[in-house]
Design a protein around this ligand. Structure first.
Ligand code: F0G
Length: 459
């Protein structure tokens, strides 16, 4: 049994066609999109690895939940069910539903931060950083050194550098650090997990300074699976038990349920501080909705509750992590440089290493993403200097990111192994002609979060 394939632990009940295009068609589409995959029409994409967010397939049980949703404006049964599920897995008493993760972030940072504050994170995701900066606070990334080195193997590359956290708190003063965040798994750092030991250590530092610890919980179940596989003492524990322990070290969390909530829309903000929750509810009412629906339909709350239960199933997590590792292993064997070891939700190709002839200011990641589309209709995104860099408006000089990556994010329960084999074949062909790939230059951009709308031309 041990040597047999880890198969998709589901069969398919409903299908959706995807469309093949010719290279000429794709050339036209890419040019119209300003060489930015975000600006492509999804119908012109064959395999869409742009994101694992909100792109998953719901189970039959979740569709049944949709029918059970209670659409009452106030006091919906679906809200109470969701709040119970969240209390059990995450252990937080106060649950505010939001339409997605960034709404939870905005409410949290608006409630907790003021201008001049500092928010440390292992690595902020782009919207998280933007929401911290929007309230005038400074977002500081504190990954361990290994987290910035794509080729170095480490079981928990998502860990926060605890020494750097202590130094930052000392330098800024604890009263200027309203909260510390840990992102599990660390998306921008390669989908890499954070160890329980690191959560414990960071939590102890926070408690010593009376600073609340929040978890950005988007991919918590995948992180818990890695803890079970790689950290001593967890092999016999269920993913749910590991999650319960992980969140017991924190004061609250933000969640984009579009990832490990297995839904197409939804999120929440949760915590144990009653006064803070009351303040957050006021903002929630202002922009999202009444606290028992928070910008979602009752059916969305119900599907989310079911998704949070399903995502912790062992056969699901085993398949999920194995299928990402499968893509990583095949790309590595083909010589493609990737962030090692493979992360939970995505494989990150090291575009700087693959295209050393393209300087970072000509965006090797963006160029590689464009080429993947041209070669095989695959959509991926750059996580590098387009996403995290900026152009000085006066000098035109580029501030660059520390890594130039291309993320192949795998939607949950959507693509089969033959789709993934196709991705490997296309990437192998692109790799073979890597020396012919040219860099790009930005012809139009709108900061912040310029990567969503920027337009490019071949340099
Ligand atoms: N935090 C992390 C770690 C994320 O990856 C995301 C979204 C968010 C917060 C924001 O959640 O989109 O529901 O508002 N990541 C998506 C991605 C968009 O493609 O990685 P949201």
């Amino acid at each position: 049994m041990g040597s047999r394939s880890i198969i998709e632990p589901f069969r398919i009940k409903s299908v959706e066609p995807i469309r093949m295009t010719t290279r000429e068609q794709r050339e036209r589409c890419l040019e119209q999109a300003g060489y930015n995959p975000f600006l492509l029409h999804a119908d012109d994409v064959l395999i869409d690895l742009l994101t694992d967010s909100g792109t998953g397939a719901m189970s039959a049980e979740q569709w049944a939940s949709i029918m059970r949703g209670d659409e009452s404006y106030a006091g919906s049964r679906s809200y109470y069910r969701l709040a119970e599920v969240i209390k059990d897995i995450f252990g937080f008493q106060y649950v505010l539903p939001t339409h997605q993760g960034r709404a939870a972030e905005r409410i949290l940072f608006s409630s907790m931060c003021k201008p001049g504050d500092v928010v440390p994170n292992n690595t902020h995701f782009d919207t998280t950083r933007a929401n911290v900066e929007h309230v005038g606070a400074r977002a500081v990334d504190l990954p361990i050194a290994e987290g910035r080195l794509p080729a170095i193997l480490h079981p928990f590359k998502g860990n926060m550098d605890a020494g750097a956290l202590i130094a930052l708190i000392a330098e800024a003063g604890a009263d200027r650090v309203p909260l510390v965040m840990l992102t599990v798994t660390n998306n921008s750092g390669g989908g890499q997990p954070v160890s329980m030991a690191n959560v414990r250590e960071v939590s102890a530092i926070c408690r010593r300074h009376r600073i609340p610890l929040y978890i950005d919980a988007c991919r918590f179940a995948e992180n818990c699976w890695f803890i079970r596989e790689r950290e001593e003492g967890y092999a016999g524990k269920s993913p749910r038990e590991i999650a319960q322990e992980l969140f017991s070290h924190a004061d609250g969390c933000t969640m984009s349920a579009k990832k490990d909530g297995l839904v197409n829309i939804g999120g929440f903000l949760a915590g144990n501080d009653e006064a803070l929750a009351r303040q957050e509810s006021r903002l929630l009412i202002l922009t999202e909705g009444f606290p028992t629906y928070g910008g979602l339909a009752g059916r969305d709350l119900e599907a989310m509750a079911t998704g949070l239960e399903e995502v912790l199933h062992e056969d699901y997590l085993q398949y999920r992590i194995a299928s990402t590792a499968y893509l990583g292993r095949h790309l590595s064997e083909a010589g493609v440089p990737i962030v090692l070891p493979p992360g939970g939700h995505a494989i990150y190709v090291d575009a700087a290493a693959m295209l050393p002839h393209i300087p970072a200011r000509m965006f090797p990641g963006q160029a590689l993403a464009a080429e993947l589309y041209l070669e095989g209709g695959i959509r991926a995104i750059e996580i590098g200097s387009v996403m995290f860099g900026s152009t000085n408006a006066e000098t035109g000089e580029e501030t660059l990111a520390s890594m130039e990556l291309v993320r192949l994010a795998i939607p949950r329960r959507v693509y089969t192994q033959s789709h993934i084999d196709y991705v490997c074949e296309v990437m192998t062909d692109v790799f073979a002609k890597r020396e012919q790939i040219a860099g790009l230059r930005i012809v139009w951009q709108a900061p912040p979060l310029r990567h969503f709308t920027a337009r490019f031309q071949p340099a």
